[in-house]
Design a protein around this ligand. Structure first.
Ligand code: ZN
Length: 422
C-alpha cells in the first residue's frame, strides 16, 4: 500500500532547516525508518547501497504545521443552515479527501477542531488512508447562543451535526464536558471566548463566557494534561484569555496596546488567521483594507518582539477555504505583513512544533527528528510566490513513508491513484 523504505538518501538538495540545527553545508539527509538518521556533508556518506533520491533543483524542508483548522468534510461553508443538510456520513467520507489534500500541500501536522479528527487520526495511524498527523480537539466549547448555535435548526440536530462546536456553560458542566472530550480522544481543547459571527446574535465584538468560566475551562484542561486554544475576536476577549492563562490565542483581532504587551510578555502563541478574513470581504472593501493593514502592523510588531506567532489557517470548507492551498496562502500573508520568508517558514514549522511541545521531532531537519519532509520546486526562500501553488510541493514524506512523488523521484508515484492508494 505504501512505499516504505528502511533506508533512503535524499541528495543534492538545497536544505532549509528553519530550526537551524543542521549545518548550512549539508546537501542531503539519510532517512532510516521514520527518522532522519544522518546528514550528508561533502559527500561524507556512502549512499550506493541505499535507495537514493536525486533532488537537484529542489529544496528540502520539514513538513508544515497548521495549528488551527477544521477537517469538517463540508463542501459548502455558508450559510450554517447548509451544514445540517450535509449528512454526517457524507461529511466523514469527504473529510478523508480533505485530510489527503492537506498532506499533498505539505502539511504533515495539523490541530483539528471537528467531528472527524480523531477517526481520521486513527485510520491514518493504521495506514488505511493518507493524511497529516492530526492533533484532535474534537469539538470546541461555546457559550449558549454562540458559535455552537444555528438559528431555526432543531437543538437535537445541532447537537448531532454541528461540525465544530458544543454548547456548554456553567462550572460543573464545563468540567464534565472537558473530561468527556479528553475521554473521547481530544489531545488539545478549543473554546470561544467571543462570538464568531456565525449568525446575527453571534457578535464577534462581545465576550460570551465570564472570567470565572474561562478560568475553570483553562484550569480543568491543564489538570487533564492538555493545552488550550481560545478564539478571541476583540480586545476584551484577548485580555480575559491572558488573565485565564490560555496557551494559544486564535484570531486576536483588535488588540489594544496593553493586551499586546502582556501577550508578548507571557509568550502566549498567536495565530493571526489573516486569510480567513479576506474570504469574507469583497474586492475594494475599505473596511477590510483598514482591518488588514492594522492586522499586518500588529503581526510585524509581534514578530519584532519575538512573540511565538504560529500558522493557523482556519480552513473549514471546500468552497471558501481549499484544503492545503489555503494554509499556504496564510504564509503569503505573513510575507505581505513584512516578515522575511525564512522566518515565515519558521512560523509554519518550528513555532507550531514548539506549541505542541514536539520541537525535537517536528519542524526541523536535525538528526533524530521525524522524517516528515517536503521537497519543493525552486527556492521558496528566494521566491515565496512558489508557495502559492501546492503543485510546487513535488514530494512529501510522512514518518519516513513517501506519500507524494509527482516527479517519480523514488521510482514510483504512490499517490497517483488518489487518497486510497491500495
Ligand atoms: Zn476556526
Amino acid at each position: 500500500m505504501y512505499n516504505e523504505l528502511s533506508r533512503m538518501a535524499i541528495v543534492n538538495c538545497n536544505m532549509i532547516d528553519p530550526s537551524k540545527r543542521t549545518p548550512t553545508d549539508s546537501t542531503g539527509i539519510i532517512i532510516e525508518k521514520n527518522l532522519i538518521a544522518d546528514l550528508i556533508i561533502d559527500n561524507s556518506i556512502e549512499i550506493e547501497q541505499m535507495q537514493t533520491i536525486d533532488a537537484s533543483g529542489l529544496c528540502l524542508l520539514p513538513g508544515f504545521i497548521d495549528c488551527h483548522l477544521h477537517i469538517t468534510g463540508l463542501a459548502q461553508g455558508y450559510p450554517p443552515a447548509l451544514w445540517l443538510s450535509q449528512t454526517k456520513e457524507e461529511r466523514q467520507v469527504r473529510s478523508i479527501r480533505q485530510a489527503w489534500e492537506l498532506l499533498m500541500s505539505g502539511f504533515t501536522t495539523v490541530i483539528d477542531i471537528s467531528n472527524n479528527g480523531h477517526v481520521l487520526k486513527d485510520m491514518i495511524s493504521r495506514g488505511e488512508i493518507y493524511g497529516p498527523r492530526i492533533i484532535p480537539c474534537l469539538r470546541g466549547l461555546a457559550a449558549p447562543g454562540g458559535a455552537g448555535y444555528i438559528p431555526n435548526a432543531k437543538q437535537s440536530e445541532i447537537e448531532k451535526l454541528h461540525p465544530w462546536a458544543i454548547t456548554c456553560n456553567g462550572t460543573d458542566n464545563l468540567i464534565t464536558e472537558i473530561r468527556q472530550l479528553k475521554n473521547d480522544g481530544a489531545e488539545f481543547i478549543k473554546f470561544w471566548i467571543s462570538g464568531a459571527g456565525m449568525h446575527d446574535q453571534d457578535d464577534e465584538s462581545k465576550v460570551q463566557y465570564s472570567q470565572s468560566e474561562i478560568n475553570t475551562i483553562v484550569g480543568e484542561t491543564h489538570r487533564c494534561g492538555l493545552k488550550i486554544q481560545a478564539h478571541c475576536t476583540c480586545s476584551s476577549a484577548v485580555k480575559m484569555a491572558i488573565e485565564g492563562e490560555v496557551d494559544f490565542i486564535i484570531h486576536g483581532f483588535g488588540m489594544d496596546h496593553a493586551s499586546k504587551e502582556s501577550l508578548i510578555k507571557k509568550g502566549i502563541a498567536w495565530a493571526p488567521t489573516c486569510e480567513i478574513e479576506s474570504t469574507f470581504s469583497k474586492p475594494g472593501d475599505k473596511q477590510f483594507d483598514e482591518f488588514i493593514t492594522h492586522h499586518y502592523q500588529t503581526i510585524l510588531e509581534f514578530y519584532n518582539s519575538s512573540c511565538p506567532i504560529v500558522l493557523g489557517s482556519d480552513t473549514f470548507a471546500d468552497d471558501r477555504t481549499p484544503f492545503g492551498k489555503f494554509g499556504l496562502r496564510e504564509m503569503l500573508n505573513f510575507i505581505d505583513a513584512g516578515i522575511p520568508v525564512e522566518d515565515v517558514i519558521k512560523i509554519a514549522t518550528v513555532n507550531g512544533a514548539k506549541l505542541l511541545g514536539l520541537e525535537n521531532l517536528l519542524g526541523t531537519l536535525a538528526i533524530g527528528a521525524t522524517a516528515d519532509l517536503i521537497l519543493m520546486n525552486g527556492r521558496p526562500d528566494k521566491d515565496p510566490s512558489l508557495l502559492n501553488d501546492p503543485d510546487n510541493i513535488v514530494f512529501v514524506m510522512r514518518e519516513g513513508i513517501v506519500v507524494k512523488d509527482s516527479l517519480g523521484l523514488s521510482g514510483g508515484c504512490p499517490n497517483q491513484f488518489g487518497p486510497l492508494c491500495i
